[in-house]
Write a protein that binds this ligand. Structure first.
Ligand code: HC1
Ligand code: SF4
Length: 569
């Protein structure tokens, strides 16, 4: 251990601990901007500077380590002056029109400038004009980029996709899509991890809230909304609601107040996915040995990744569409008639923790119900929060409303789709039933839970060993796929979600850097599963009724038409 003094406080820290970490461990706050633990520790922004006695210049605390007897000042007049100058320099290259910025009120740079009392900046540099495709679900605003390099590091080190790179030199240095590529022509998965780790407003989702308002205002449209599992674990964060108070039923009330006609739960479609994907798995296992496992197919960023990086493995993906897309196809292809609405009049909206879903719903293969795209619009959790704010809805006043029927019912198995391992666990619960004709204990498959990026487990099904694996984060996905291709691992069924921690840590969720958000939200989804009356997808009465009235049985012709796809489109 090393003994040192920070701001007059005697502390001990492990050797090789950075000054920043030692201070934070001791409850002393040093502001930072570009720093991301273990991912971006390059001292680029120099906001975390501190004064070390005996050293002439201030030093960045994120990449300098503690030493015996060190005396550190984190907020001396010299530190404040240097820090202020550094932030002024960053602001001089940043479009600071905060009133029009999506990140206003949730921006690290804005907070820093305010805390440091910066009221004007000495000079302002002109940002050269910059083109970006408005079709892209992920938007980059070069005038707001502060070159902190977080997006590059997240994409390189966590997602292993290398979409971003540094462009230009000197004062013209900026970040852009690597190799002068355009985002829509790149291999970007649109997972949005760069967005949730951007400390300012340089990266965001495409804001589609105006399209929602336009649909609400159109008297010829019935607006039908679905809400994804992971949204309920995060939407309250920016609205001051605790997890306990942020019940999904309050989102139903808010959307109805805005003018939505029906609000359903994507968890229902997650249960439906399990019926189809679980049956497909059993079918595949009955065929005998396969070189590669069956992969889950509900994460569009993972599908984009596999198709661009390992296209020869596309057919390993389950043909089951994602719950979002199954829901859209069922709404327009079946329930519109049940509700007495012509399907052409349905405007189908999904609220997702995800940016990549904005690319999934426009695929030509996602229009099977015969009335345009099966899902017309995707909004992120952040856009939902913006809508609630724009409508001056007080979250504290919201009552809990039930989801609409007849497809409002969902089980705990559907809820845990939003956390890494949840799809696998839900599928195993139902596969066990389909093989044995009785339910296992609901938690019999909880060995697949956890936040490790790549986990595996073996269960016995139909007297045979079933080897499964779960990975989240595309860097882990790549490692797993490479091991499969080398033949060093062999699995029957693999769940992959692009975002670390699964959708709970999705690219469309409220922004608070770090994986612990995904873990906390994921634990909340497990809690919701635990208290659910029904915990097995096949026990969902609304799902059973849909098969009885319309689909017949899993993998039927109708089910294939509406609920499956070949992923080559
Ligand atoms: Fe997800 Fe899914 S779990 S992909 O993360 O399979 O987005 O929440 O809605 O479709 O159900 C996202 C979440 C979501 C789908 C489901
Ligand atoms: Fe979207 Fe979920 Fe995949 Fe992230 S893990 S890209 S939020 S579907």
């Amino acid at each position: 251990m090393v003994n040192l003094t920070i701001d007059g406080k005697q502390i001990q820290a492990k050797e090789n601990t950075t000054i920043l970490q030692a201070a934070r461990d001791a409850g002393i706050h040093i502001p930072s901007l570009c720093y991301l633990k273990d991912i971006n520790e390059i001292g680029a922004c120099r906001v975390c500077v501190v004064e070390v006695e005996g050293v002439d210049r201030t030093v960045s605390s994120c990449n300098n380590v503690v030493s015996e007897g060190m005396v550190v000042h984190t907020n001396s007049p010299k530190v404040r002056e240097v820090r202020k100058t550094n932030v002024e320099l960053i602001l001089s290259q940043h479009d600071s029109k905060c009133a029009m910025c999506l990140r206003s009120g949730n921006c690290t740079l804005q907070d820093l400038a305010n805390d440091l009392g910066i009221r004007k900046i000495p000079f302002e540099m002109k940002v050269p004009p910059y083109q970006w495709s408005p079709r892209s679900p992920l938007i980059r605003d070069a005038s707001k980029c502060i070159k902190c390099m977080r997006c590059i590091q997240i994409c390189d080190k966590v997602q292993d996709l290398h979409i971003w790179d540094v462009e230009g030199t000197g004062a013209r240095t900026t970040v852009d899509v690597a190799y002068n590529n355009r985002i829509m022509d790149s291999d970007c998965s649109f997972c949005g991890q760069c967005v949730t780790h951007c400390p300012v407003g340089a990266l965001s989702e495409r804001d589609d809230t105006d399209k929602f308002y336009a649909a609400l205002a159109d008297s010829k449209k019935k607006v039908i909304v679905q809400i994804a599992p992971a949204v309920r674990a995060a939407w309250g964060e920016e609205l001051g609601l605790s997890e306990k108070d942020a019940a999904a039923g309050k989102i139903v009330t808010a959307l109805k107040q805005m003018g939505a006609d029906y609000v359903f739960d994507t968890d229902f479609a997650a249960d439906l996915t399990i019926m189809e994907e679980g049956s497909e798995l059993l079918h595949r296992l009955a065929e005998g040995e396969h070189k590669y496992p069956m992969f889950t197919s509900c994460c569009p960023a993972w599908i984009r990744f596999l198709k661009s990086q390992y296209p020869d493995m596309t057919d390993c993906l389950s043909t089951a569409k994602s719950p979002q897309q199954m829901f859209g196809a069922v709404i327009k292809g079946y329930y519109a008639e049940k509700l007495g609405i012509p399907k052409e009049e349905v405007f189908s909206v999904s609220i997702m923790p995800c940016i990549s879903k904005k690319s999934e719903h426009i695929l030509p293969t996602m229009a099977d119900a015969g009335a345009g795209q099966d899902v017309d619009l995707v909004l992120t959790t952040r856009e939902l929060v913006r809508l609630i704010r724009a409508d001056h809805i007080n979250p504290a006043d919201l009552e809990i409303s039930p989801f609409d029927s007849p497809i409002g019912e969902a089980t705990g198995a559907g809820v845990i789709f939003g956390v890494t391992g949840g799809v696998m666990e839900a599928a195993l619960r139902s596969a066990y039933f389909l093989v044995n004709g009785e339910n296992a204990a609901p938690d019999a498959f909880k060995d697949v839970r956890g936040q490790d990026g790549w986990r595996e487990a073996t269960f016995t099904l139909a007297g045979k060993d079933l080897k499964v694996a779960v990975a989240s984060g595309l860097g882990n996905a790549r490692k797993l796929v490479k091991a499969l291709r080398r033949g060093t691992v062999k699995y029957d069924f693999v769940e992959i979600m692009a975002c670390p921690g699964g959708c709970a840590g999705g690219g469309g969720q409220p922004m608070k850097d770090g994986l612990e958000q995904a873990e906390r939200r994921g634990n909340h989804l497990y809690f919701l599963d635990d208290i659910s009356e029904l915990r097995f997808s096949h026990d969902n009465p609304a799902v059973q009724a849909l098969y009885k009235d319309f689909l017949g049985e899993p993998l039927s012709e109708k089910a294939h038409h509406l609920l499956h796809t070949d992923h080559h489109g």
